[in-house]
Design a protein around this ligand. Structure first.
Ligand code: GLN
Length: 485
């Protein structure tokens, strides 16, 4: 038996106690065993993966130095483009789409010789909070298969939680790395907006989207962060950053750290009392570890979700316009060649989108188009942008008093499959604690902090730590100290 975290596996690889080829085959065997039930993966990448693994083994045999991530199998959320590998974004419209290029994160990870096992399930175009909006399958929570893994990176978090990969990439627009991490008991890191290139990430809401790691430990998340970030000329919102090994910043010292507790986060009726209790205990834990706990107020936070659901659909409506039956993926026009139907250009737009896009995607296109239309633009879109500025400002002020902000990641543990599918507003509330970080662009992490027993199962609960812009190091260190304790 070997431990399935990055540094341990790396040691075994370089000491030649295991070969990457064996490790990779073992992971495929595990996937074969578990995934028929969990359904975390949409597609596997066996041939490429084993080729890569063998190449790494050769390097090791030759005594070449390899990166920490080299030869280690990971999974990729299916909204991230992979050259030559089908990338569906969980949507029928991209069912057969094979990108001719890699996303920048993938290029970076390939350069490090990381091994891609396959692509994981997601809500269609990353819209949702349970992975049930996938056009293909419903992923199960490995802790209780009657429940959702959370979303939209539910495939990636379930794969990590079931050890069907060592770590995974997800994307977070309003909580999609952290909320499913909370539900699945994984570590999920949403980075400062601009940290990782969005080139090759199929866009949902461009001013919110950010790729990030999902892992079993804080250290693993830190290792990945240092290797995927950086300026990319293909994404003008990416920031220049110096090389840095975040794993070296996990000093274990949090004395003098000031942690803010927003009082509003505990006032709402929606917070499950069992979650509240675990979060309160976790805050006490930080106190006993030497941190100073300070009550703060983020009064505009209560408008975060409302602003989010105006701005995000607005950006969605623009980003989805490219799926028009002409440029990408499925088209009703292609079918008409078989049926002989004589479609106009308008028919092709309307019928393709009607047939191949799911309900939630259509709902958002309509919401966004409405919010951006003449007459409503000022009332909705501009208003929501003003709220966005206000929320940002409140975070700025809070971070003058504290180093980090702590609270729950999600208001409840994982809910049952089907429970929220009929009520989109209920589903939206799952991100009440995570969306503010995306609105402000700040980094945040979810780490496991306890479990709730229900029906004989132990449902994980996540603790969220938010930090200042580009202060990932502090978040990771504080999270690491908690994890170790
Ligand atoms: N649940 C949120 C939404 O549906 C967040 C999704 C995400 O982060 N991709 O918009």
């Amino acid at each position: 038996m070997y431990l399935f975290v990055i540094k341990d596996l790396h040691e075994k690889l370089i000491n030649q106690e295991i070969a990457s080829e064996q490790l990779t085959s073992d992971y495929f065997a595990k996937i074969e065993e578990k995934d028929p039930e969990i359904k975390a993966y949409l597609s596997l990448n066996k041939e490429f993966a084993l080729d890569k693994a063998r190449a790494v083994d050769k390097k090791i045999k030759k005594g070449e130095e390899i990166d920490l991530l080299a030869g280690i199998p990971f999974a990729v959320k299916d909204v991230i483009c992979t050259e030559g590998i089908v990338t569906t974004a969980g949507s029928k419209i991209l069912e057969n789409y094979v990108p001719p290029y890699d996303a920048t994160v993938i290029t970076k990870l390939k350069e490090r010789d990381a091994v891609i096992l396959g692509k994981t399930n997601t809500d269609e175009f990353a819209m949702g909070a349970s992975t049930e909006n996938s056009a293909f399958q419903i992923t199960k929570n490995p802790h209780d298969t009657m429940r959702v893994p959370g979303g939209t990176s539910g495939g990636s978090t379930a794969a990590v939680a079931a050890d069907e990969c060592v770590w995974a990439l997800g994307s977070d627009t309003g909580g999609s790395i952290r909320q499913p991490s909370s539900f699945c008991g994984t570590v999920g890191l949403k980075l400062t907006y601009g940290t990782v290139s969005r080139y090759g990430l199929i866009a949902m809401a461009s001013s919110f989207d950010q790729i990030g790691p999902i892992a079993k430990t804080v250290e693993d998340a830190a290792i990945v962060l240092g290797r995927i970030r950086g300026r990319d000329p293909r994404d003008s919102t990416s920031m220049p950053t110096a090389d840095k090994n975040f794993e070296d910043g996990l000093t274990g010292d949090i004395k003098k750290l000031r942690i803010g507790v927003p009082k509003e986060y505990f006032e709402g009726k929606g917070l499950d009392p069992r979650v509240r209790e675990i979060i309160e205990k976790s805050i006490q834990k930080y106190k006993s570890l030497g941190a100073e706990i300070v009550e703060i107020s983020l009064p505009s936070g209560k408008y975060a979700l409302a602003a989010y659901y105006v701005i995000v659909p607005s950006e969605v409506s623009a980003n989805m316009a490219r799926f028009d039956g002409i440029r990408f993926g499925q088209s009703i026009g292609a079918e008409s060649e078989k049926t002989g139907a004589d479609y106009t250009l308008w028919d092709i737009y309307f019928k393709t989108r009607a047939k191949y896009l799911g309900r939630e995607v259509k709902r958002r296109i309509m919401l966004g188009t409405y919010a951006l239309s003449a007459g409503y633009y000022d009332q909705y879109y501009i208003k929501a942008q003003k709220v966005r500025s206000l929320i940002r400002k409140e975070f700025e002020e809070a971070f003058q008093k504290v180093d980090l902000i702590i609270g729950p990641t999600a208001p409840t543990p994982a809910f049952k499959i089907g429970e929220k599918m009929e009520d989109p507003l209920e589903m939206y509330l799952a991100d009440i604690y995570t969306a503010p970080a995306n609105i402000a662009g700040i980094p945040a992490i979810s780490i496991p902090c306890g479990t709730i027993e229900e029906g004989g199962k132990h449902l994980p609960v996540g603790l969220q730590l938010m930090g200042k812009w580009f202060d990932e190091e502090k978040i990771l260190n504080a999270a690491h100290v908690f994890e170790k304790s």
